[in-house]
Design a protein around this ligand. Structure first.
Ligand code: NAD
Length: 508
């Protein structure tokens, strides 16, 4: 039997193992989730919301304990575990408690006059079984929020948490048990990419994936064979544009927090900064001072914890070493531990756009800063990336900031702030370009786990419609007359058209 090992990356402490799901277990779990679907889909929304309310109450009650478990599994600072995993989750549940009814209610929409007297509606029907495949950087909320969204929309769910953070997967499983969801409505399969691939092959009705671009492409290719809809929340290389008129103190605080929170292992980390040349020196000085006083350790009374995944340190090292070899300077950090998972926060200057550190997702505590001569250059460099997840613009001129924001190729943009887009559940979240496909959160967040079903309803009292068989000359006269009237430059009626319509109406 294959096992995942539970250990704390910050302390190296080992706390046990967890069996990896076999292919048979994956298929059996999917079969049961499919069987559980009709009853869960038919469960009134209020009852589904009651499960979420109970889950919220449980999480608030046990929040500190769950945050500690996540912190022990990831090496992240306890405060960050609480704020970004527990708080964000309960806040999202409250958003659903307030808005789910409106989001899922059937909608009546307009029907054009030509289709009178029909009426038109959109109904939101659950899709079936949703497979949620989650990453390790926010292993709790990036698994639990999509799971709860899918459940609330009436789907049953099979979750595969990341193999890098299996203890959080276990904590999530316990959370679902604690609120006693009906059997097989939500299941957790532990394991790595092989289990994820088997889950995709097991024929879910939708796949919600958060992770790397590489895995996202593999999943999308596998899903294409079966035409399974996929939503992909992928990586980023978020630019920060600091204009000459920015509040520099605030911008420097944000750059430091935005680059180093969660040890930089955030899809929306500040991964590259473009600063106007007139304020570059001052900005670098502020960032350096603020970085030098950061405390690193575990689990509290510090700002930066450890990295989570050993392999990620190698990527960070490769990017930093490449930058230094090509002329960059590490004004803080720049060194890597011989052992252990603590990477010191690194500020790089003298970087150029061609370097790996400015091109590829680093996903570690590194802040490369580059001077630019104007707004145009900043926008051009910010957009010259295959990614487009989040970006930030720093200026005290509101119009200018909005103008720059609109020109950025990015799914989300913050003005005078960083990362925070995700914190507002009213905002849709997702990437453009290689940062992903689809949006979740926002008022569409539950609908994205449904099929929008269109219903058009005719009273059914007439024997035929104007466009049905048998075809007549009057139908052609009527059609071209109406087309001229509605869409032509002159919008003219003529007697023949009116007469044709009248005769056709009488044939109904
Ligand atoms: P990853 O792609 O390595 O793994 C993500 C998940 O996919 C894991 O559960 C893994 O087991 C599973 N998996 C791996 N191979 C698979 C396969 N062939 N079929 C099915 N499942 C498979 O990503 P990661 O290293 O866990 O996460 C870090 C990445 O996630 C970064 O690129 C980061 O930017 C991105 N991310 C994006 C967002 C977002 O919202 N856009 C949020 C967090 C992280």
């Amino acid at each position: 039997m294959s096992l995942l090992s539970l250990h704390n990356p910050a302390t190296g402490e080992f706390s046990g193992t967890l069996p990896v799901a076999t292919d048979e277990q994956v298929n059996e779990t999917m079969k049961r989730a499919k069987e559980a679907f009709p009853a869960w889909a038919a469960t009134p929304l209020q009852v589904r919301l009651d499960y979420l309310r109970r889950l919220r109450e449980f999480l608030v009650e046990h929040g500190e304990e769950w945050a500690r478990r996540i912190s022990n599994d990831t090496g992240k600072v306890l405060f960050e575990a609480y704020m970004t995993e527990i708080f964000v989750t309960v806040d999202t549940i409250r958003f659903y408690e307030k808005n789910a009814r409106r989001m899922l209610a059937p909608q009546k929409v307009k029907t054009p006059l030509l289709l009178w007297p029909k009426k038109s509606y959109i109904h939101y029907k659950p899709m079936g079984v949703v497979a949620v495949i989650a990453p390790w950087n926010y292993p709790f909320q990036l698994a639990v929020i999509p799971v709860l969204s899918a459940l609330l929309a009436g789907n049953t769910v099979v979750l595969k948490p990341s193999e890098v953070t299996p203890a959080t997967g276990l904590a999530i499983e316990e959370l679902f048990r604690a609120v006693s969801f009906p059997p097989d409505v939500v299941s957790v399969l532990h394991g790595g990419g092989k289990v994820g691939a088997a889950l995709v092959q097991a024929d879910p009705d939708k796949i919600f994936f958060t992770g790397s671009v590489r895995t996202g492409k593999t999943i999308m290719a596998a899903a294409a064979e079966k035409l399974i809809p996929v939503e992909l929340e992928l990586g980023g290389k978020d630019p920060m544009i600091v204009c000459a008129d920015a509040n520099l103190e605030r911008a420097a605080n944000a750059a430091v927090w935005g680059a180093f929170t969660n040890s930089g292992q955030v899809c929306m980390s500040v991964e590259r900064v473009y600063v106007h040349e007139t304020v570059y020196t001052r900005f670098v000085q502020l960032v350096t001072e603020k970085t030098k006083v950061l405390r690193q350790g575990f689990p509290d009374q510090v700002e930066i914890g450890s990295m989570t995944f050993p392999r990620q340190i190698e990527i960070v090292r490769e990017h930093v070493e490449d930058a230094i070899a090509n002329g960059a300077t590490a004004v803080t950090g720049g060194t890597f531990p011989d052992e252990g998972m603590f990477v010191p926060p690194t500020v790089l200057t003298g970087v150029t756009q061609e370097m790996k550190i400015m091109q590829e997702e680093t996903f570690g505590p590194v802040l490369p800063i580059m001077a630019v001569s104007d707004e145009e250059e900043a926008i051009r460099l910010a957009n010259s990336s295959p990614y487009g997840l989040n970006a930030s613009v720093w200026s005290q001129d509101k119009q200018k900031a909005r103008r720059i924001a609109e020109r950025l190729e990015s799914g989300n943009v913050c003005i005078n702030d960083v990362i925070i887009s995700f914190a507002n559940p009213h905002l849709p979240f997702g990437g453009v370009k290689q940062s992903g496909i689809g949006r979740y959160r926002g008022m569409g967040s539950l609908q994205s786990f449904t099929h929008s079903i269109s219903i058009i309803h005719d009273p059914g009292d007439k024997k035929r419609e104007l466009n049905w068989y048998p075809y007549t000359e009057d139908q052609q006269t009527m059609m071209s007359g109406i087309t001229r009237l509605l869409y032509g430059a002159k919008r003219t009626w003529n007697k023949e058209t009116l007469a044709a319509i009248w005769r056709e109406f009488r044939r109904r």
